[in-house]
Design a protein around this ligand. Structure first.
Ligand code: KIV
Length: 281
């Protein structure tokens, strides 16, 4: 298949934008080519979230994630998928300083990964940067409400918008991000009535996580969905599989086979004259 054909099969940011008010958008995070390949047919957006710092690298927050990490994982997810729109997070410190800094790093993310868009956290204060990027050809997904990159300012991973002023501030953030030209936005960890109001008012798709069923789509972290990240399970997560015990059991059986010399068996060993010329036989 030519690169041209492969490209044309992917959902674009315009396709995503056109889904406002329609069938809800399905969004999952992915960090590797193999997982991206498994999810590709089921989702509309593969989100290479900086949550990878916590679920893949074992960090306590997302603050230590670097641009190089996002480029490497973004590239893997693009390689592993054909159909989904791939969006890559801009990590902490790669865009907050100035619109010019944001452009240089967002351009690297798009060029070096092949992803369709970047996502960045922030509201009113990031509107100028979002407009700057969009005007220069970089599609941006916004992220308001609970912003994990700001946990040290907001006091932890807590639901936002619980009082009237907080709710009004998140609504103002969502309006600013959409008016700046974002093609969609994530609303995370925000009380349901506020998230519902945002979904009803904002004219681009609003993708919820710990938000509201009224949103135009839902996103979850894949490791939470399949039961791989077991340190804690946020209230908003629904687990659809329980892979952690299965992986531990597979490792236990492998260890037992190795120690008892049951593995490798004859069929796992190479012979002097392979029956076929294939290198894995
Ligand atoms: O980092 C991430 O994975 C995210 C999504 C959960 C929205 O921001």
């Amino acid at each position: 298949m030519s690169t041209q054909t492969a490209r044309s099969q992917r959902l674009t940011t315009s396709d995503i934008r056109a889904r406002k008010g329609g069938v809800p958008l399905v969004v999952l995070t992915a960090y590797t080519a193999s997982v991206a390949a498994l999810l590709d047919a089921e989702v509309d957006i593969l989100m290479v979230g900086d949550s990878l710092g916590m679920v893949v690298y074992g960090m306590d927050t997302t603050l230590g994630v670097t641009l190089d990490m996002m480029i490497n994982h973004g590239r893997a997810v693009v390689r592993g998928s054909k159909r989904a729109c791939v969006v890559v997070d801009m990590p902490f410190g790669s865009y907050q300083e100035s619109p010019a800094q944001a452009f240089a790093n967002a351009a690297r993310l798009l060029v070096e990964t092949g992803a369709a868009a970047v996502k960045l956290e922030g509201g009113v204060e990031m509107a100028e940067t979002i407009a700057f990027l969009v005007a220069r050809g970089i599609p941006v997904m916004g992220h308001v409400g609970l912003r994990p990159q700001s946990v040290h300012v907001t006091g932890g991973f807590r639901a936002q918008g619980r009082d009237e002023a907080g709710g009004r501030a998140i609504l103002a953030d969502a309006r600013a991000v959409a008016e700046a030209g974002a093609f969609a936005l994530v609303v995370e960890g925000t009380i349901e009535p506020v998230a519902r109001t945002i979904a009803g008012e904002i004219t681009v798709p609003v993708i919820g996580i710990g938000a509201s069923p009224a949103c135009d789509g839902q996103v979850l972290v894949i490791d939470d969905v399949v039961g791989l990240f077991t340190e804690f399970t946020p209230k908003f997560v629904k687990r659809y599989a329980d892979l952690a015990p299965q992986i531990a059991e597979a490792a236990r059986r492998f260890a037992a086979d190795v120690r008892s010399r049951a593995f490798p068996a004859t069929e796992h060993c190479f012979t002097a004259k392979p029956a076929s010329g294939r290198s894995r036989r």
